[in-house]
Ligand binder design. Structure first.
Ligand SMILES: N[C@@H](CCC(=O)N[C@@H](CS)C(=O)NCC(=O)O)C(=O)O
Length: 217
């Protein structure tokens, strides 16, 4: 059986987990922390999570994993059938990962882990986030899902990234960078009502408690 490795607080781990649950693909989970140690690098070449273990070997990078899952388990598709619409889902997913989350990530040390972020770094992130938010405002459909009428891989990314981007920007700039996009809040509330999302959120909460204990020890 396919094994999802990582930890349930990770947004990228949950991006894959939502896809597996929504598609009804059977999988097991193994708790793996990120590391640059040899044994981890043998399992995940960049030492990152998530990665999956399959009968063929291991695979890392959340979007690559989700594309593999879609091709290996075509039931309950999370990509539209039309090639153009599929490309638009990929475009939106890439925007969320690369131009929003990866930029906001530079703020996480301060926003979530009690660390600091220099004013220079905050200003650099702000510039990039502004561009990403402007792009998102033009590309997000909220119809009711982020790319249109059906749940897609873009939702798997949006649901896990948007709350972090909102919280991190609020911490850094005193205002949620996504506040100007009126569709975001109702969208997240709609997603939260889905049973599989509730499972992911409950596991995330339990994992947060585990991490807090681990940091105390
Ligand atoms: N591009 C990667 C990003 C994954 C990622 O950054 N995961 C974080 C945890 S949320 C991680 O492993 N961080 C440790 C590191 O960067 O070394 C993906 O899409 O899977």
């Amino acid at each position: 059986m396919l094994k999802l490795c990582g930890f349930a607080v990770s947004n990228y781990y949950n991006k894959v987990k939502i896809a597996l649950l929504e598609k009804g693909v059977p999988f097991e989970e193994e708790l793996v922390w990120t590391s640059q140690k040899e044994d981890m690098l043998r399992r995940s070449p960049m030492g990152k999570v998530p990665f999956i273990e399959t009968a063929h070997g291991n695979l890392s990078e959340s979007s690559v994993i989700n594309e593999y899952i879609e091709e290996a388990y075509p039931q309950t598709p999370l990509f539209p059938a039309d090639p153009w619409q599929r490309a638009k889902v990929r475009e939106l997913t890439n925007l969320l990962d690369m131009h929003l989350e990866l930029q906001a990530r530079r703020l996480y040390a301060g926003a979530f882990f009690g660390g600091t972020v220099s004013e220079e770094a905050k200003a650099e992130v702000r510039k990039e986030l502004d561009k990403g938010v402007r792009a998102l405002a033009g590309m997000a459909v909220f119809g009711p899902f982020i790319a249109g009428a059906s749940l897609t891989y873009a939702d798997c990314a949006a649901y896990v990234h948007l709350p972090l981007i909102a919280a991190a920007s609020k911490w850094a700039y005193g205002a949620d960078a996504l506040a100007g996009i009126a569709g975001v809040r109702p969208y997240l509330a709609m997603m939260k009502a889905r049973p599989h999302i509730q499972k992911v959120d409950a596991d995330r909460k339990a994992s947060l408690e585990l991490m807090a204990q681990r940091n105390k020890a």
